[in-house]
Design a protein around this ligand. Structure first.
Ligand SMILES: Cc1ncc(COP(=O)(O)O)c(C=O)c1O
Length: 366
């Protein structure tokens, strides 16, 4: 078989998603028992107790297919968010929804505008459907430049992705900047607001994307149960979108794309707003602890509205490797002069700073 002819040529150049190192890999390598995995922006605590109970109950019915439309979860999200159930879509992670959006709207030659650095799935989806990449660099590698994003929009632009707070920098665009942007964005463009870290944001200037959703304009808001709800392993995310778009996605998605345990766990998580608030506050406290530790060690960092911190370093590979020796896994992005560090429990953040302290002592600086 000539595989180059068989496999779609648009896919040339794509490489499989490279997840962060696993704890067992680093355990063997560092010789340490207790490994800190701070590389995937997961929440350090387990799922909510009510979610665990609901998932356990669901296990007994796994001989049955899931409820294909995830109706109960859609209804609950709709009433919580003040939209109609027909405007809610549920995915096998919000990741699946990103791909499905590409699948239903992108044609070869369309342009997709996205900030960079940002979430790796935006370029993947762009390539997957033969669209063209229009990357708009973050100012100084950290801050949104919505004017530049607007200037990058043409008659061929089909999708603009915005990630707020942005992964991997943790930075946000403000409400004023967003409103200025939105007023000028032509309405042939589908604006996808990826708010995977929405629940962690505490800034008064942070715009809630849903406030701009009217059911008609081409705006989609994506959120997930993988982060503050601690259900990353379950794979469930959701999107709010105009009904026509939800319907188009319903026509192409797998009939049972969200498994029944995931539906039960997500549904039961939605009743505990107090726990969400507690986790947000704890994340904030732990970020403050990290900032002061980094400051003491002469390390530059970027203030974050998410559950991770973008730490500046001129030698990311060396620092990444040295942290591994300390049993701490962070995320490196090739030669980009920064590392992304997920916020952990109070005990984790204390150990994070201790590990950086050792690395600074060993390398002289970070
Ligand atoms: C910005 C952003 N969007 C989407 C996702 C995908 O989340 P999930 O598929 O777990 O819902 C992630 C995961 O890390 C993310 O960082």
């Amino acid at each position: 078989m000539d595989w180059d002819r068989m496999i779609r040529e648009e896919l040339t150049g794509l490489v499989p998603y490279a997840p962060g190192l696993r704890e067992d890999q680093v355990r063997a390598r560092s010789g340490r028992d207790h490994i800190l995995k701070l590389s995937s922006n997961e929440h350090p605590a387990g799922p909510f107790p009510a979610a665990i109970a609901a998932m356990e109950r669901e296990l007994l019915d796994l001989n049955r297919y899931p409820e294909g439309s995830a109706g109960a979860l859609k209804e609950k999200l709709a009433s919580k968010l003040g939209v109609r159930a027909e405007q809610v879509m549920i995915g096998n992670g919000s990741n699946e929804l990103l791909r499905l959006l590409g699948e239903v709207v992108l044609r070869p030659g369309d342009e997709v505008v996205y900030p960079w650095p940002s979430f790796i799935v935006y370029p993947t989806v762009t390539t997957m459907f033969g669209a063209e990449h229009v990357r708009v660099p973050l100012l100084d590698g950290t801050d949104y430049d919505l004017d530049a994003m607007l200037a990058a929009v043409t008659a061929r632009t089909r999708i603009v992705f915005l990630c707020n707070p942005n992964n991997p920098t943790g930075t946000i665009y403000t409400r004023d900047a967003f409103e200025h942007f939105l007023e000028r964005l032509p309405d042939h463009v589908l604006l996808v607001l990826d708010e995977a870290y929405f629940e962690f944001a505490t800034s008064g200037d942070y715009p809630d994307g849903l406030a701009y959703f009217d059911g008609d304009r081409g705006i989609v808001v994506l959120r997930t149960f993988s982060k503050i709800y601690s259900l990353a392993g379950l794979r469930v995310g959701y999107g709010i979108a105009p009904e026509r778009l939800v319907h188009a996605i319903d026509c192409v998605r797998e009939p049972f794309n969200v498994n029944s345990v995931a539906q039960a766990g997500a549904l039961a998580s939605l009743d505990d707003d107090a726990e969400v608030a507690r986790r947000r506050a704890e994340n904030q406290e732990q970020k403050t602890y990290l900032y002061s530790g980094f400051g003491r060690l002469g390390i530059s960092w970027v203030p974050s509205e998410a559950n991770f911190v973008w730490v500046k370093t001129e030698r990311p590979t060396e620092v990444f490797e040295a942290l591994l020796e300390e049993g701490v896994i962070v995320r490196a992005f090739g030669p980009t002069p920064a590392l992304r560090v997920t916020v952990g429990t109070p005990e984790d953040t204390r150990r994070t700073i201790e590990a950086f302290e050792t690395v600074v002592a060993r390398l002289g600086s970070v």
